[in-house]
Design a protein around this ligand. Sequence first.
Ligand code: SAH
Length: 225
Amino acid sequence: MNSKWGTGKWKNTVEQWESQRRHMVKYQLRKRGIKDERVLAAMSKVPRHQFVDLSWRDLAYSDRSLPIGYNQTISQPLIVAYMTQAAEISPEDKVLEIGTGCGYQTAILGEIAQCVYSVEIIPQLAEQARRTLSQLGYKNIKFKTGDGYEGWAENAPYDAIIVTAAPERIPQPLIDQLAINGKMVIPVGKWSQDLVVLSKTESGIVEEKTLPVRFVPMRRKAPEG
Ligand code: SAH
C-alpha cells in the first residue's frame, strides 16, 4: 500500500479513496480468486474507510484486519469477499448476519441482497454501525442488539447466513433459520478455527471446511461497562 503507518494521511479526496479501492479489488481480491462480479462491484463501491476510526483510516484498504474498538476487528477485505462469495447471494435474497461490528460486511451484503438482518451483541458497536449505514443511505438493513447465537427467528427463514464471530459448534437455531437451498458461512472452533460453508438441502445438511481463519470468539453476553 502507498500509505504509511501513523502519518495521519486520511484526508484523501474521493478520487484517492476510489483509487485505493480499485487497487484493493484488483490485487487483493481478483488476483486471489474472487470471481463473483456482484461481490467485486460491492467491494469497489463501499467506502471501507468510513467504517474505521480516523486513526486507522490510512490503512483502511490494506490487506489486513483493523481494530474497531471493544477488542473487536473489521475483517480483512479478502475474507469479507470470500465469505460473501461463498454464501452465493442473489439480489432477491434475505440475509442474516451475526456480528455487525462496524457494519462493513453488512454494507457489502446490503449492496447485493434484497434485505439484510444484522445482529450485534455489543450495543455501542450496533449503534455506531446503524449510524454509519444510515449516513451512507442504506434502507434495506435491519438491526438488532442481542445474542446472535439465537439468530433472529421472527424473520426466518433466510436464504443465506453469514457469521463473523466464532462459536465452538454451529448454533442449532441458525441451522433451523436457514432456508432449504440456503448457505451459511461461519467460522467454527476454539483455538484453531475453520471457515465452514454449510448447505441445507431437501435431503439434509452438508458441511464443507474451507480456509483456516481467526475470528473473535462468539460471546453469549455483552462485556460489562
Ligand atoms: N463483520 C464485522 C466483524 C466484527 S468482529 C465487521 O466487519 O466489522 C465480530 C463481531 O461479532 C463483534 O462486533 C462482536 O461483538 C460480535 N459478536 C460476538 N459474539 C456475538 C453474538 N453472540 N451475537 C452477535 N454478535 C456477536
